[in-house]
Design a protein around this ligand. Structure first.
Ligand code: 5AD
Length: 354
């Protein structure tokens, strides 16, 4: 089938096979029509609101060795920090005052933050009437349950790649099966569960990306966060090529076609690769922005990849500026909690109440 016809089919039925996804990923001439179709599907299912999530990067201490990440335990050139629960609480209060309805607490896998430390904090944040998203890596079922009972609503845990051999190559001492176990536990506990990948890891093929997208659909993700892999000079992958923004946008747009009603952020890595990358993403299927409200040195030291700190800010400085920029592309800041509303019933392949 002609690639444009495939895109049309996906826009209407939200179904594509692995080889069909591959054909779209390989075809350089279909990009504009793919992005336009994803933009229409976004508008139809999740509307013109852009939901804001206040991102707090509360610890850059991490016990893992992920080959691409600047927070890996072997990296001695980053100054490590850990906020106190009091500092985290102050930042969430600031977020609430600024009108945010969701805070995202993100950190490295820092053993200090046991359930005993986090549970009272989550309870206090919940009392501020905020939706809480956690992004703190792999934990036990019991921890996930304790966080949920304390008020956490959503959880982000990227699978990074669904190709087991690649996963194991880039995550020494970690297990792909445990990653899947975590995602299943989160789902079972009733979290809105987000996952996602890095696009453009060395040795990652387009075929592999096609399978990643089908995994998102099969898993029934509530949120998908993805971005280009950006080589970090303080990691073993420092001398590997940087992928194009377009490749990441294509994976994101295909994700919107196949999971029409989920939340998809325009990620900071997209902005780091190209200024205005985040706005391009908002016009190619994304409906969420996660402004980084981490302050001072911590913001600088949460150094996943180069250019992150600068990209996180621009052009999100002031709500007013963002509002104006969004209005220029026909969008507005969301007023609610912006959770996942299930409009598309994938088991029957049809749309509910639309
Ligand atoms: N480039 C882009 N994204 C990265 N992440 C970590 N390191 C990099 C990098 N070098 C992403 C991972 C992780 C998220 C918090 O940041 O996908 O899940």
């Amino acid at each position: 089938m002609d690639t444009n016809a495939l895109i049309k089919q996906a826009e209407q039925q939200h179904l594509l096979s692995e080889t069909q996804i591959l054909q779209i990923l390989e075809d350089r001439n279909c990009n504009a029509s793919l992005f336009a179709a994803a933009d229409r599907v976004r508008k139809k299912y999740v509307g013109d609101e852009v939901h804001l999530r206040a991102l707090i990067e509360f610890t850059n201490i991490c016990q893992n060795h992920c080959l691409y990440c600047g927070l890996r335990v072997e990296n001695r050139s980053v100054t490590r920090y850990r906020m106190t629960p009091q500092q985290i609480l102050q930042l969430t209060q600031k977020a609430a005052k600024q009108g945010y309805k969701t805070v995202v607490l993100q950190g490295g896998e820092d053993p200090y933050f046991t359930a005993d430390v986090l549970v009272p904090l989550l309870r206090q944040i919940k009392a501020m009437d905020l939706a809480i998203t956690l992004s703190i890596g792999e934990r036990s079922y019991e921890d996930y349950r304790a966080f949920k009972e304390a008020g956490a609503d959503r959880y982000l845990l990227r699978i990074e790649t669904t190709e087991r051999t690649l996963y194991e190559k880039y995550h020494p001492n970690m297990s792909f099966d445990n990653r899947l176990r975590c995602l299943r536990d989160l789902k079972r506990l009733g979290y809105e569960t987000g996952t996602g990948i890095l696009v453009g890891l060395p040795s990652q093929s387009l075929h592999s990306l096609a399978r990643d997208i089908l995994f998102f659909q099969k898993f029934g993700a509530d949120m998908i966060g993805l971005g280009p892999f950006i080589p970090n000079p303080d990691t073993p992958l420092k001398n590997t090529p940087t992928p194009s923004l377009t490749s990441a946008l294509k994976v994101m747009a295909l994700t919107r076609l196949l999971l029409p009603d989920i939340n998809i952020p325009a990620t900071t890595a997209m902005e780091a690769l190209q200024s205005n990358g985040r706005f391009k993403a908002l016009q190619s299927g994304a409906n969420v922005i996660m402004p980084n409200i981490t302050e001072g040195e911590a913001r600088k030291n949460y150094a996943l990849y180069p250019g992150k700190a600068a990209a996180a800010q621009a052009p999100l400085g002031l709500r007013q500026e963002l509002e104006t920029a969004l209005r220029a592309i026909g969008r507005r800041i969301g007023t609610g909690y912006g959770g996942h509303t299930h409009l598309f019933d994938k088991s029957h392949g049809h749309t509910n109440s639309l």
